[in-house]
Design a protein. Sequence first.
Length: 287
Amino acid sequence: MVKIIAQSGERVTVSRRKPLSIDVAQCAMCAVLYAMGSYLTAYLSSPWGSGQFRPAVVIPAVFASLFGPMVGGLGAALGTLIVDSAKYGQIYVRSLVAAVPGNFVGFYLFGWLMRRKFSWENFIKASQITLLLSNAIVAFLYVYFRAFVEVSYPVVFREAWVYLSLGLVAWWYVTMLPFVLLLGPPLIRAVGSTFPGLVSVQIRSSTMKREVPRRSFSLAMMLPGLLMLLIGMVITFTDPGKVLALNLAPSALILAGMQVMFLGSGAVLFTLSMLALATRRLTGKAE
C-alpha cells in the first residue's frame, strides 16, 4: 500500500498487487503445513470408518484470512491431496473427487469473506459458514462417489448414503470448529505482529487493537453444541430397531458410535462455550 501526495495536498492511496511469486510461495507453504498437520491425525476417523479427524484445518483458515482467497483455497486443495495421497501411497482418486473441490471452495470463500472486511466477528461467521459448506461438499461427493461408482461399497452404506453424508458433515463441523476458533485468532495475531510487512494495514490494526468478541465466540460453539446434544439424546431414547429400520445408521455398532459422537462432541462444544462466557464475565468484572 503506497500513499501519494497530490498537488492539491490530498492523500491518495494506491494499492499494489503482490507479486505472483509471493502468492505461489504462500500457497506452497499453506499446502505443506496443512499436509503435515493433517498427516498427524490421518488415521483417526469418524464412527463410520471414513472421515478424518483434522484439527489442522485451522492452517488454511489462517492463510486465507491473512493472504487472501486464492492462497487459502489452493493451499487447502493441494494440502489435502498431498496428505491423502501420502496416506494411501498413490494419487488418491476419492480426494480428487471430493476433498480437493470441497477444500478449495470452502477456503476460497473464507478468504473472500475476510478480505471484504477483516474483523473478529467476520472471522467467527466465516468459520461457521465455510466449514458447513466445505464439509457438505466433501461429504456428499465422497459418499455419493463411493455408493454409486465403487461397486465394492457395502450395500448398507449405499442405502443410507444421504444420512451418512449428513453424519460426516456433523462430525467434521463439530471437530473442526473449536480448533479454528480457539487457535485461529492467536495464530493470526502472531503472524501479524511477527511479520507485519506480509499482512495488510487493516489486519495489523484489527489484530493488535481489537479483542475477539467473546459473546459471539461463545455462541458460535454453544448453538451447534446444543444441537449435537439434542441429536445424541434423541438417538439414546429412541428404539434402536426403529432407527435401523429407517436406514439412519447401517448397523447397531455404528449407531452406538453415532450416539457417543453426538453426545461427546456436543458436551465438549457446550463446555468450551461456557468457559468462554465465564472468562468474558470475569474480564468484564476486572475491567
